[in-house]
Ligand binder design. Structure first.
Ligand SMILES: Nc1ncnc2c1ncn2[C@@H]1O[C@H](COP(=O)(O)OP(=O)(O)OP(=O)(O)O)[C@@H](O)[C@H]1O
Length: 532
């Protein structure tokens, strides 16, 4: 990674667009300084006079009251000492404004408390009371409101209530909200509102997702929300990468993985992608994008988005301290929005831990749970590609419609597996962590962590594939002797999400959780001497 990335530098550039008022004042001072004209002096004089008048207005307040007459809302002063009239009016106005501001602040506090929204930052915009405010407060176009109705969304979710106004007011934002709580809409909707119309100015918005599957899903969601407008919303596919002259690509919003976009940034001069006009950049699953495996690629993209007025936002269901630190240092006047407890999973998921003893025990427990109550669609997570194939090999001969997905499959195979699962052709999908984040399979009722997750964040995201959009979900996590030292970390998440946890688990010593991928015996019911 380069040392002085623009991600670091753009954070401290002066945003002329956002601070247009200040910029104009500054420019005026500077101009007058340059030519030393009278304008220069009058600028300061005007300020001085105002200050003087404020003092006068305070001193003469009582006197003026008796001399004032009200004519259609204007105060008219008789006599020569009527100069401070405007100031007095202004003071009253200021007091009223302050009172209204206080009332608004109280309303905001109540609303935030009701929905578990925590914010920090300067002058955080009020949360939305309902979707109707998008129109009354922000002049949202009717096609967008119409799309909300078509999608059946009646009320904004807590993250939408707060993050949408933040982004609409042109502020950068880093946000954490539970899995399945509608973060996609929280960043896509304000983006569409701000972009207003398609334009020929090149790519104006970029959404980065950590996997192709999530990028494809986000593109689809984006198109659904933009229906009725002619925005060109493109998914960066292999084909697009290979065959496109990006200088001619009609595109308003681009959704991509960091890897693919980085390759297009590095292309030969003529055909390389230009991100210098990007006005909105979203890093979805931002903590994943900042992990070592993706950091360099993510950084290249952020750096290429060099527009000084860019609005960047980071979203995830987990927000580790290091991401907060990055956000605080590099983002400009950002607002932090946290919904719920910082280390909690979605509260609509019933979480269970099952001691399986050994690897063999896990397979028995899984088959047992299928015979007792198979509750499809269901996701089963394992820790490696190899183990995903092994488990698939075991289950495909059972009378269950089972599929498997991991990063060794071709893109087409991955797409087919996802389509089959969405269409109900497969009931149980075995997956590695490639599917652990962001994917929205509405009906998933149960997630099984066949292999213990490698960290608390991965646990929160995996089980968050169930219990989405307020639905009830169930998460079962198998553990063996190898996993016991890490149980306490899961217990912490369970407690934070309001689940009951046995007291012996709470009494366990805390262990710093490095990546936990123990070597496990292969998944097989074949007697050991028959294994190849
Ligand atoms: N206001 C709303 N009312 C009802 N459903 C909604 C609303 N907003 C979004 N949804 C639905 O909620 C589901 C989850 O949304 P989304 O995928 O954006 O969640 P997320 O917070 O990004 O989850 P994750 O952290 O797992 O990525 C989707 O099916 C979406 O259509």
């Amino acid at each position: 990674m380069e040392k002085d990335t623009s991600f670091l530098l753009t954070g401290i550039k002066f945003n002329k667009k956002r601070f247009a008022g200040d910029f104009a004042r500054f420019k005026k001072r500077k101009q007058s300084n340059d030519d030393g004209s009278v304008d220069d002096l009058s600028y300061f004089k005007r300020e001085d006079t105002e200050a003087e008048n404020v003092v006068v207005s305070v001193n003469k307040k009582r006197k003026r009251k008796t001399k004032a007459e009200r004519v259609e809302g204007f105060s008219v002063f008789k006599g020569s000492d009527s100069v401070p009239v405007v100031i007095n009016e202004a003071t009253e106005q200021e007091e009223n404004n302050q009172k209204e501001l206080n009332r608004q602040n109280e309303r905001d506090l109540r609303l935030r408390k009701k929905y578990g929204i925590h914010v920090s930052g300067n002058n955080v915009p009020s949360p939305l009371q309902g979707f109707a405010e998008l129109s009354t407060r922000y002049g949202c176009e009717s096609y967008l409101l119409h799309n909300l109705v078509k999608l059946g969304f009646k009320e904004p979710t807590p993250i939408q209530r707060q993050a949408i106004p933040v982004l609409l007011s042109g502020r950068e934002c880093f946000a954490k909200a539970p899995t399945g709580s509608g973060k996609t809409l929280a960043f896509v909707y304000p983006m569409l509102m701000k972009l207003k119309q398609p334009s020929k100015d090149g790519i104006r918005a970029v959404i980065l997702c950590h996997t192709r599957e999530l990028a494809a899903q986000t593109t689809r969601e984006c198109k659904k929300m933009a229906k009725g407008n002619k925005f060109r919303i493109k998914l960066m596919t292999k084909e697009l990468m290979r065959n496109t002259d990006f200088t001619k690509l009609p595109c308003d919003i681009l959704v991509s993985t960091p890897r693919r976009l980085q390759l297009c940034i590095c292309k030969k001069k003529k055909k390389k992608i230009d991100l210098s006009r990007v006005e909105y950049l979203v890093l979805d699953e931002s903590d994943k994008l900042f992990e070592r495996s993706l950091l360099e690629q993510t950084d290249s993209v952020v750096k290429a988005c060099s527009n000084p007025s860019i609005i960047r936002s980071l979203f995830s269901a987990t927000l580790p301290d290091f991401v907060e630190d990055v956000a605080r240092t590099v983002m400009h006047d950002a607002v932090r929005v946290i919904v719920g407890d910082k280390n909690a999973a979605s509260e609509s998921i019933k979480q269970k831990l099952i001691f399986a003893g050994s690897e063999e025990g896990k397979l028995l427990a899984l088959r047992q749970s299928f015979t007792e109550s198979l509750n499809p669609p269901m996701l089963i997570f394992v820790q490696s590609i190899e183990r995903a194939e092994e488990l698939y090999g075991e289950l495909k001969f059972d009378s269950i419609r089972v599929g498997v997905i991991h990063s060794n499959l071709s893109q087409e195979q991955r797409e087919n597996v996802i389509d089959d699962f969405r269409a109900g052709k497969t009931w149980v999908l075995i997956a590695t962590d490639v599917l652990g984040r962001g994917m929205d399979f509405k009906g998933v009722k149960c997630v099984i962590n066949y292999d213990f997750p490698d960290c608390a964040a991965s646990y929160i995201h995996r089980i968050g594939r169930s219990g989405r959009a307020g639905r009830i979900g169930e998460a079962i996590t198998f553990y063996t002797e190898d996993d016991i030292p890490y149980l306490r970390n899961i217990a912490n998440v369970m407690i934070a999400s309001g689940c009951e946890v046995p007291s012996w688990l709470i009494d366990m010593p805390k262990k710093k959780w490095k990546k936990h991928y123990p070597r496990r015996e292969s998944i097989s019911t074949k007697p050991k001497d028959q294994e190849e």
